[in-house]
Design a protein around this ligand. Structure first.
Ligand SMILES: *Cc1c(COP(=O)(O)O)cnc(C)c1O
Length: 354
């Protein structure tokens, strides 16, 4: 039986995508070859790469607006340093909302001055800072739109006069927003788009070329742009599966449609957390993430019972991150509403059992 996969990443992907991906591994396009053994320079793969890049921009509403989509390697973690390498000349601002932003800050400090514009560290990152002001004259402002580990999500974005850089690893393509407000967006594929092994970078071309340092080719966005995201051998299979997921999303109706579904899933789990006295939410209500719901049992003694019930129902991946404890239900695009229903039923049942 297929599990109800609430894992925070690598994530659940649509069954249709899995089916097509499996077929392509055996024989791609009737070529008598697997997708993972054809040349990345072949017409067949170049088409995949181009389609993936086009679909990414199309779904984000960024076509013909001066942006380029790249599928790079090294995970979102490499983007922590690559953004700074390419954009940080003197001073950059960072909003620190958790583990991933902290890691981005650590890397950026290797390249220049970093200002903590706002932070929610004082309360173990259970909220999104608000009402802060962004100093003038920054090279860019960086923030993490969804905090995968703590289960908080930005609803409103900082207004800036400098380029806006965002780590959208765990909520890209999950909700509508004006993506043209951003100058650089990056996202590791494995949270909401595909298998681990590729990272989507969407960059506004005119922010590049402004730092004086020399940049190694593999870390230079401009090099990858000039080579159509094929400067070196791309991660062929992750790019292919990401393309399939983006196609699936487009057919479904795009971000507008998936956002409605994601909101339904989030409402279902959070209303259970709020109504069931055996559970408490971790994140401040107004900052709750629609992707990762973090919660705890009010009585730790019920843990074994609850865990067993979840396991028997085929639920996996709901253990909280070690820095938060408790539980985390990740509800990425491909997780069906039905899976959330199964989890909520178990939470109900636990309450009835007392
Ligand atoms: C998982 C995650 C990362 C790290 O991604 P890698 O691809 O493993 O480097 C960075 N940022 C956010 C928001 C994440 O959820």
């Amino acid at each position: 039986m297929k599990k109800h996969n609430f894992s925070a990443g690598p994530c659940i992907l649509p069954p249709q995508v899995m089916q097509l991906a499996a077929e392509a591994v055996l024989d791609y396009n009737g070529l008598g070859l697997s997708i993972i053994e054809i040349s990345h320079r072949s017409k067949d793969f170049v088409e995949v790469m181009e389609k993936a890049r086009t679909l990414a921009l199309e779904l984000l509403g960024l076509e013909n607006k001066g942006y380029t989509a790249l599928f790079l390697q090294g995970g979102a973690s490499t983007q922590f340093l690559m953004t700074a390498y390419n954009l940080l000349e003197k001073k950059a601002g960072y909003i620190n909302t958790g583990t991933w932003s902290s890691k981005a800050i650590k890397e950026a400090k290797l390249f220049g001055e970093v200002i903590d514009v706002a932070s929610s560290q004082d309360q173990n990152f259970n909220y999104i800072p608000k009402g802060f002001s962004v100093p003038k004259g920054l090279d860019y402002l960086h923030f993490t739109s969804n905090n995968t580990i703590f289960g908080t999500q930005f609803n409103e974005f900082p207004n800036t006069d400098c380029p806006l850089v965002c780590d959208m690893s765990s909520d890209i393509f999950s909700r509508q927003m004006d993506f043209s407000k951003f100058d650089l967006i990056y996202a590791g594929a494995q949270k909401n788009m595909g298998p681990a092994g590729t990272t989507l970078v969407v960059v506004k071309d005119d922010i590049l070329g402004k730092v004086s340092r020399r940049i190694p080719s593999m870390l230079d966005y401009q090099v990858h742009i000039d080579k159509d995201s094929m400067y070196n051998t791309p991660s062929v299979f992750p790019v292919y599966v990401s393309m399939l997921t983006l196609e699936w999303l487009k057919k479904l109706g795009g971000i507008e449609t998936i956002e409605e579904i994601n909101e339904k899933k989030a409402r279902l789990i959070y209303s259970e957390i709020d109504l069931n006295p055996l559970f408490t939410g971790f994140a401040e209500k107004e900052d709750r993430s629609n992707m990762n719901a973090t919660f705890n049992l009010t009585d730790e003694k019920l843990k074994t019972t609850f865990d067993t019930m979840c396991k028997e129902a085929g639920i996996i991946g709901i253990n909280g991150h070690r820095s938060v404890g408790g539980y985390r239900a990740s509800m990425y695009n491909a997780l069906p509403l039905e899976s959330v229903g199964v989890l909520v039923d178990i939470m109900d049942e636990l309450e009835r059992k007392g």
